[in-house]
Design a protein around this ligand. Sequence first.
Ligand code: SF4
Length: 383
Amino acid sequence: MTSPPEQIISTEELEAYRPRQAAGFSPSRIVLAKGSNTTATRRHLTENICEAYREAKVIEDFGTPHNRVNLEQSDPLLLSEAGKRTLVLAEHKSAVRHSTEERNSCPNFWHFSPYGLCPYGCAYCYLAGTQGVRFSPTVKIFLNLPEILAEVDRVARQLGEPTAFYLGKLQDGLALDPITGYSRQIIPFFAAHPTARLTMLTKSEDVGNLIDLDHRGHAILSWTVNPTEVIKAFETNTPTLEKRIEAMQPAAEAGYPIRAVVMPIIPISGWERLYQEFLTDLLSRVPLQRITLGSICSYPQAMRLTERKLGRDNPISVQLDQSRMSDGRARFPQALRQDVYQGLLQTIRRQDADVEIGLCLEEPSMFDSLDMGQNMGRCNCVL
Ligand code: SF4
């Protein structure tokens, strides 16, 4: 039988957390949307967060759901910029979901959303084109964490076997953690759970809340990484590669299983040397359990925003095969992807013969051509 939400985590500890501002995030307004004022705990969290961002204008909009907050911009680029300056506090009633990938190699997986989107400004952001974000691309914190974890518990007990729940599909998994301290509830929840396991994906440099927790190996932490040149060109307002590595190292020392996701690999000029040096450095400094490689996989809506940010002759657009593949996403041509993967695989294997290697959102034929058929379905989102 599922425990009531208040027993899943300690609401006293949740309320007692003192928010810190998140690096690179300074919202000019905080919208208190639907569900942000309906329990004492949510009102408490709202007060604490507003206190941490005293310079932001607070707008009460209790009747509006999190995904309908009107930013009063019709231009997609201005809308996106306004969204990154707007923090929405709300509830999310369907925050635990099963993915619905078809016609590519990805296994479907469970994911959950205590946050929506993130404060970062990646020019390739695939979320820009998704249904839930298109109208209102704000940065969201969902205040109903006890209910979200209760639902994870319910699903996990029904499944009855070790199952990964992914935090990082529709958001950055850790970027807002200094504000909420949610990791201090989420990681102990998974540590104590008989079958639910956490996989989390981030670009964050801030692991301050995680290091002293007793995670019992039930939380896998993954960082998205790329060479510095790619980060500088395509990942505005994100932590540097060095800062990400410096976050991975103490997390590894604290015993967390650590993974890396090299995605999207962007073959800019000189990519062979850049990726070789970057991977050699990464693998020599961080003990990785698994590394997942992935290319650009973009929907038209997201690509339009990418081109507004970078211009139409940017290194992604000029190399992209505009004919979308069977899953609706556009990618680089097969031969280029294969060439790039082969180069990266050689470097990884030279440096570490044992690290597991996966490919993200690829076609089964790509696994065959790289002689990686046995690796299919062993990627970042799953155990
Ligand atoms: S970190 Fe992820 S969600 Fe955030 S802007 Fe970059 S790609 Fe988008």
